[in-house]
Design a protein around this ligand. Structure first.
Ligand code: NAP
Length: 293
């Protein structure tokens, strides 16, 4: 992408785009941009007030854009499955699925399913939504899955610990977050491999260090430290560029299994190139989610 704004020149007219984490930060800006490019958007939110606010903001910036809103908490397996069913019924053909909702938690917590919550929201929700929506993605003539990962995957230099995917043996928020983002890249690679020939591509990205609401769910020094660091972060408008690029640009129509930053293919860590780990993660995730491996 040579200097132009991501997605510029691309038409998303009539294309069905599903985006999670569309109520804040880079997801909200990406949704606005895609709406402005003509996409038919389906926003996934978990909170009614934030969902409605995002809806109103996108409508104001892209008047007349076809928009719909669905609600679900992506930390819970039952909700991931219910949401996928609702989305599948609303959009028989999905051109772009953007898995973007994510969070970091200063302290370890479990979801209703007994899963560590970073793993559940940041990885398992991507896995379940994508797999459940496969028929709808395949039904579009050319579809794209875009997964928001992070350069923080480099913090998980030793790779995933398959004996302790739920971080029971020790919890440090940055390591756990880093592993969830490594999981995003491994999932994208394995998805690209498994779905080759279906007409669906899969790519992931690092948005940069972005001043969003990210981390604001925490308290005390953690939140304070993050607030100070965000003074040096890029804007959500800049952070959303690579999402829009991967979702809309003709340049990457045939690319699959890649990791991008600033709209360019970028090297991943050694652990993120481990195809055996990618296969194993898929199998473990399928087992946890009750999906066929
Ligand atoms: N900010 C950065 O520097 C940075 C860097 C690298 C990667 N990322 C990644 O970028 C993605 C978006 O983050 P952001 O920076 O835009 O942060 P953000 O402003 O906090 O937005 C996060 C989005 O995810 C949604 N979400 C969180 N937990 C959810 C759940 N259980 N169910 C449904 N939705 C949920 C939030 O919904 P609510 O509005 O209801 O809270 C919000 O829409 C994440 O995957 C993050 O890991 C961010």
């Amino acid at each position: 992408m040579s200097g132009a704004r991501a997605g510029e020149g691309a038409s998303m007219q009539g294309k069905a785009c599903v985006i999670t984490g569309a109520t804040s930060g880079i997801g909200l800006v990406a949704a606005e941009r895609l709406a402005a490019l003509g996409a038919r958007l389906l926003l996934v939110a978990r909170d009614t007030a934030r969902g409605e606010a995002a809806f109103a903001r996108i409508q104001a910036r892209a008047p007349g854009a076809p928009l719909r809103l669905v609600y679900g908490d992506l930390s819970r397996l039952a909700e991931m499955n219910r949401l996928a069913g609702e989305i599948a019924a609303l959009e028989p053909r999905i051109d772009v699925l953007i898995n973007n909702a994510g969070a970091m938690f200063a302290e370890r917590g479990l979801t209703a399913d007994g899963l560590e919550r970073t793993f559940a929201v940041n990885h398992l929700a991507y896995f379940v939504l994508t797999n459940r929506l496969k028929p709808n993605l395949v039904a579009a003539s050319r579809a794209r899955v875009v997964n928001t990962a992070s350069a923080a995957h480099r913090r998980a230099a030793d790779g995933l610990d398959f004996a302790d995917l739920q971080s029971e043996r020790g919890y440090h928020y940055m390591s756990v977050y880093g592993r969830s983002k490594l999981a995003n890249i491994l999932f994208t690679r394995e998805l690209a491999r498994r779905w080759a020939g279906t007409g669906v591509t899969a790519n992931c990205l690092h948005p940069g260090f972005v001043a969003t609401r990210f981390g604001d769910n925490n308290r005390g020094f953690f939140r304070l430290g993050l607030a100070v660091a965000k003074l040096f972060a890029i804007t959500p408008e800049k952070g959303a560029e690579t999402i829009v690029y991967l979702a809309a640009s003709p340049e990457v129509a045939e690319v699959s299994g890649g990791y991008f930053a600033e709209c360019r293919p970028t090297r991943v860590s050694r652990a993120a190139q481990d195809d055996a780990a990618a296969r194993r993660l898929w199998e473990e995730s399928a087992r946890l989610a009750g999906l066929p491996a």
